[in-house]
Design a protein around this ligand. Structure first.
Ligand SMILES: [Zn+2]
Length: 273
């Protein structure tokens, strides 16, 4: 698997003291810059992830080819920042687009199959809107309109899990809350077991007081563990075809200001569109 550069993932089951490149975050997790641990699942080679080779294009004019005073042609430049190689895009068929959504936890039990403890950290806002265009939105950090309007930003850990009921990988959004009954700390010993090679099903219930009941039991031998779906997801994640943080839309400023309540508050604060 290629190095994933600066992709921020966290490794939560490793409770050893941080080593170089790790930073303690959240509920006993470490911020890492390493690819997902996917050793239990087959490696899928992603064509998009294959480095694109830019063929050297000599710019030499044949009429001056033998001119000893001619300066050597510079190496063919890579596409400027923000652009891609069109050939690289279609040299191999791209994977189908895959969109992610969060796991909805409630008082009914939800079953998940954890397969990694590599997660992403993000920050979200919740927009209340009477016109139906509210919901969670990604916090953009510096320059975030919602922060400027004094809206609370909540840090969440986004852990991909397989949801048997959906036959799909979805994202468990785990708050930084570490009070008794919080979800994150309850998952740590389970993720320890998963990362040690156990195949587990986890049953989660969110209680009325927003604490969580969490129980783990072994995956039924021969039961559908979602391995092909998980392998495809990991390939897409590694290639950047899916990003965990995309479970929350980054809504443009103008779109946010079209929400009546936010527009009124922005006006009161003298924030211009
Ligand atoms: Zn914000």
């Amino acid at each position: 698997m290629p190095a994933s550069g600066s992709r921020a993932v966290i490794e939560s089951s490793d409770r050893k003291p941080p080593t170089t490149g790790q930073e303690r975050v959240g509920w006993g997790a470490y911020l890492l810059t390493q690819p997902l641990a996917s050793s239990e699942y087959p490696t899928v080679t992603d064509p998009i992830d294959t480095p694109v080779t830019y063929e050297a294009q000599t710019m030499t004019d044949t009429t001056t080819e033998t001119d000893p005073t001619a300066t050597p042609a510079p190496a063919a430049p890579r596409p400027p920042a923000g652009l891609i190689s069109a050939r690289g895009r279609w040299a191999a068929p791209p994977l189908p687009p895959q969109s992610l959504s969060t796991v909805r936890l409630g008082e009914d039990a939800t079953l998940i199959v954890p397969f990694t403890d590599s997660a992403a950290l993000t920050s979200r806002h919740f927009i209340r809107s009477a016109t139906g265009n509210g919901g969670y939105v990604r916090c953009e950090g510096g320059g975030c309109l919602l922060c400027a309007l004094g809206k609370k930003a909540e840090d969440v850990t986004l852990l991909p899990v397989y949801v048997p009921a959906d036959g799909a990988v979805r994202v468990l959004a785990i708050g930084d809350n570490v009070r008794p009954g919080a979800l994150g700390p309850k998952l740590v010993p389970i993720l320890d077991r998963v990362m040690a090679g156990e195949k587990l099903v986890v049953e989660i219930r969110r209680l009325p007081d927003f604490s969580f009941e969490v129980a783990a039991f072994p995956l039924t031998p021969g039961g559908a563990d979602g391995a092909p779906v998980i392998a495809q997801f990991l390939a897409n994640l590694t290639s950047g075809a899916v990003r965990l943080a995309d479970v929350y839309p980054a809504r443009p400023r103008a779109e946010l200001l079209s929400i009546p309540g936010l527009a009124a508050e922005a006006l009161m604060r003298g924030i211009e569109s």
